[in-house]
Design a protein around this ligand. Structure first.
Ligand SMILES: [Zn+2]
Length: 245
């Protein structure tokens, strides 16, 4: 196409001119579009966004007995030891297999459980099995009177089950039993990935020093999805958040 050296030089000059022109154009565009933001300003902006995202944490009430976020621990009981939740309802059986047949939860927890159990059934083709839900002060006292030790069973007036928000799935045995059972460990993995979306948190993940009891893969409690999601995002348990914040 080019028959002499001068044509190549003309082409090179034209290409160079276009290159310089578009470079100036792009610099002008980005200067107009993007103000000169310092990294400190960006960091501050991100910090504000994070605070806004978790601003709800300031309003979480962990002390009132009927709060959905009531925190109980071996050293922290219900204010009224024999507290009974007002809105207990029988657990629906469409997606849940209730081994006792008469188990109850607070309305909020039951509704969230139904949504979670529906998703569980879609994943595994079976109902989510509940072996224990609300337990009264008297029931818990009976468990303790029969000799269940403090590292495994809460004292009466200290159990998450008394809040009407705690629920045990499949079988309340040992962490080793769950880890060694292929199906249970599969169910636990699914719950760990998904339960927070429905507001459930695995309360006892870390052991006695932190959570007050042995590790319990079967024990989950309802607490509202944003808080459960916050705990999962930060990989901390409810006890860590309440006691260490
Ligand atoms: Zn439990």
């Amino acid at each position: 196409m080019f028959h002499c050296k001068c044509s190549r030089w003309v082409l090179a000059w034209v290409l160079l001119s276009f290159g310089i022109f578009f470079s100036f154009l792009s610099v002008a565009f980005f200067q107009l579009d993007t103000p000169n933001i310092s990294s400190d300003t960006i960091k501050q902006h991100l910090s504000e966004l994070k605070q806004k995202k978790y601003a709800f944490l300031a309003d979480i009430d962990t002390t009132t007995d009927d709060s959905l976020y009531k925190f109980v621990h071996p050293d922290i009981s219900f204010n009224e030891k024999s507290y009974i939740p007002e809105n207990l309802v029988k657990i629906n059986s469409e997606y849940v297999f209730d081994t006792k047949g008469y188990s109850t939860l607070r309305t909020e927890a039951n509704e969230a459980l139904q949504s979670m159990a529906k998703a569980f059934q879609q994943e595994f083709g079976i109902k989510l099995t509940v072996v224990s839900a609300y337990r009264s002060y008297a029931y818990q006292k009976g468990i303790k009177d029969r000799g269940c030790p403090d590292n495994l069973c809460a004292k009466a007036g200290h159990s998450e089950h008394q809040s009407g928000l705690g629920v045990d799935f499949f079988r309340a045995t040992t962490q080793a039993d769950w880890l060694n059972d292929p199906k249970l460990s599969q169910y636990f993995d699914w719950l760990s990935e998904n339960a927070h979306l429905y507001g459930f948190h695995n309360t006892y993940q870390l052991g006695i020093e932190i959570d007050g009891y042995e590790i319990e893969p079967w024990h989950w409690r309802y607490m509202w999805a944003p808080l459960a999601g916050y705990l999962k995002d930060h990989n901390i348990t409810f006890a860590q958040w309440v006691l260490w914040k």
